[in-house]
Design a protein around this ligand. Sequence first.
Ligand code: RB5
Length: 157
Amino acid sequence: MRKFPRKGGIIMKITIGCDHGALALKDSVKEVLTALGAEIDDVGTFTEDSVDYPDIAEKVCAAVREGRAERGVVLCGTGIGISMAANKIRGIRCALCGDVYSARMARAHNDANVLALGGRVLGPGLAGDIVRAFFTQDFEGGRHARRVGKIMALEEK
Ligand code: RB5
């Protein structure tokens, strides 16, 4: 088990995947995650051939759901489609983040377990800051745990 620099930020494995709209951003995000000390499993895609983002979301989220990864990162052109797909999967709380504050709050208040990013929206600098915020912030629990519990209960309705 490796520790991220920030207190309490312990990450063992992160699964990442993108469609053809986010290849370059996925590579730069992997560099940031590696620098943070993460073990990364990249489920693709690896070429610019067109692929369907729900298939990528399914692969990444299966790893998180089954405990093979502690958290996931999914990327498509906007991050919208792949985050929508991810949030259809039981047990997944995927947050599409385009700013650092949202990334921090997605962890602190929503206990997000998957981060979504838009490869045609974000540059590598901002994306790196978002990734660092997301992966070094702990869930605050307390009243937020009750609310997250209510989110998860919606899966049964
Ligand atoms: C693919 O062209 C594009 O639709 C996809 O990457 C994503 O932006 C969908 O939400």
